[in-house]
Design a protein around this ligand. Sequence first.
Ligand SMILES: [Zn+2]
Length: 469
Amino acid sequence: MRLVPAFVIIAAVATTNAATVLPTVADPPPPGEYPSHIQPHGDLPPAELLAPLQDKDAWVLKGICPVDEATIARKLRELPLNQRLLRVAVGEVDGVKAALLKFQAGHHLTGQFRLSEIEADAAAALDAAFSTDPAIAHVDVWSVVPSEANAGGQSHRPVFSVGTDRQTYRLVTDSGKADSDLVRTLGVVRYDPLILDLAPNDPSRDPALAPLPASAYTKPRVGYGSPWQETLDRNGSNVDSGLDEPTVQVMLHGDQRQRLVAITIDDGPCPMLTPLILAVLAKEQTVANFFVVGEKAEQYPQLLRNIAQAGHLIGNHTYHHRQLSELSDQEIAAELDACQTVVERLTGQVMNYLRPPGGNYTETALRCPLVRSHIITLWTHNASDWGNPPVSRIVQRCLTNIQPGAIILMHGGDINSVRALPLIIQGLRARGLEPALLSQMHGTGTPQTLTLKGALSVPLNGWQPDDVK
Ligand SMILES: [Zn+2]
């Protein structure tokens, strides 16, 4: 028997004539499709979804550009928002600003998931941000629920996201799109199937809604439930236990005869920060290498596509950002496979470079054919930028003893890393060096083809383990 969610009945009664037959409800996904606490109940969303989420410091404003943030929040508070506003952040680097606005998915009184409400709030957030300061060039909006690891706590899982630049937003708004259509017209909008199942995109239930556009990204999460099991199954046992000693390609540095340096930026894409990084790189007319986490790429598909469209290199940093040294061969292969699946869906690219999280790997990983089909990319300079250290310290770590062929490790998750980036690029150029793609830095002695034993004892060569995470 199918259970009809109560809110669907309410919606149907509210929006149709009394004689109208109640719409049917899609079958719930099979067990295991979602982490247990967010399995649709065939009723109202589970209580955990409605638990009030607070950010760590319980403040809505991030405090990076406090005046802009306060202005946006004030505008939004004057509106009858459907969802609770969790976060407003505006970042600035070299006069370019980007904003992010985060909501808790589900109506703030009832917890009901209505796509039209989520999209209306997103449209209001985009308007509030873009109208606050002409310097705001990009806005990301997303809605979250508590993650399965911390239901009701501070850990958030995006179930909807939209990111757009000012020019695209202007084009769409100038064409007179209504709020209900506006969001759907902006690039790649992520709709997690969690939302679709709790508030299916059925016009008979949500009459204001047109079908989702082809650009919407509505695939089930690759790294969870049934899709993840399929990925595990597909990869089977991956240890190459043949008698022949396998080899692996490792990039400790680039070609030292060219005056090129690879800036590698791990752990993205991240709302607000990735757009700012891309703005810096565009302004400096240069390139970088992004080792992306598949899970995040899936949550913010437009940001991944923006990285690809700007011509930067995209590398594999696993789907869940798990240490390879803690995984079975099957899990390692599934992590790489799942990240590749997301990147290929969104960009069409096959990734050739792998950055193991933390730089850690073991013989088990090296015996995995999928690992060995990548160039394992380490680094010579570690920005150690976890925890948002001062900009000057990040710049100093990146530029000290910098040499042709260097590979700089940075992370894309904090504002000071982004603020340091133009100074690092300018510092490189002052030394006659130029940022480059890893693929431009192959040459004599790099990448090195090593035996497993050799790869497990690579010379440090300036390489320092990633100290955090
Ligand atoms: Zn990482």
